[in-house]
Design a protein around this ligand. Sequence first.
Ligand code: ADE
Length: 232
Amino acid sequence: MLKISIISIFPEYLKPLELSLLGKAQEKGLISIDIHDLRKHATDPHHSVDDTPYGGGAGMVMSAEPWGLAIDEVSNSEAEFDLIVLTPAGKKFDQQMAMSFSKKENLIFACGRYEGIDARVSKYYAEKRNFKVHEVSIGDYVLGGGEVATMVIVEATARLIPGVLGNPQSLKEESHTLTNKDGSLVEYPNYTKPANWRGLEVPEILLSGNHGEIEKWRIKEAERRTQALTKE
Ligand code: ADE
């Protein structure tokens, strides 16, 4: 079972993880998701978790020690841990990364806010605790914090775990799983009944029952769509 621990100063922000596919996956015992409040580990009387940056500059930086205490608490065993630190300065998240996370035992998500987390936290867990540390961004834009990014990554990762999706066949033909010699493709367009909707017809080939030709058409359409995206 994949054990997911999420540390945030806004634990309520992560409530949607109890719903739908991920809620069911937890009920079935395929994953566990535990959400932890960073502020419980604040070390000063005002429960602050941030401070001004060394070297000056705007904004606040999250202090190392509350993070250290929170991560120590959720990693208090001999198991293998992967620490995922959400930051717009991280490696871009993609389907391949989701696939690799879905095969792990323990994922710890550190949701930073403000100008991020003191850089020594990543260094400490990589060097002193032998964690695999991944600094990850979900795209080239800046969010208010790592919570939404965590939800994106948890959802993309969990649906790849066997048993989480009702029909595992759906994984085979979707965007970023289809490939050709140039890399990953987005999915071909899909249609359902009626065959004529407001004067618009479903492509003839899909009604032909010729599975070989349908497969060829779908690959061609997936390539066309992928090319159109990279031209923009
Ligand atoms: N925190 C703020 N922006 C982010 C992004 N784009 N990805 C991950 N974490 C973030």
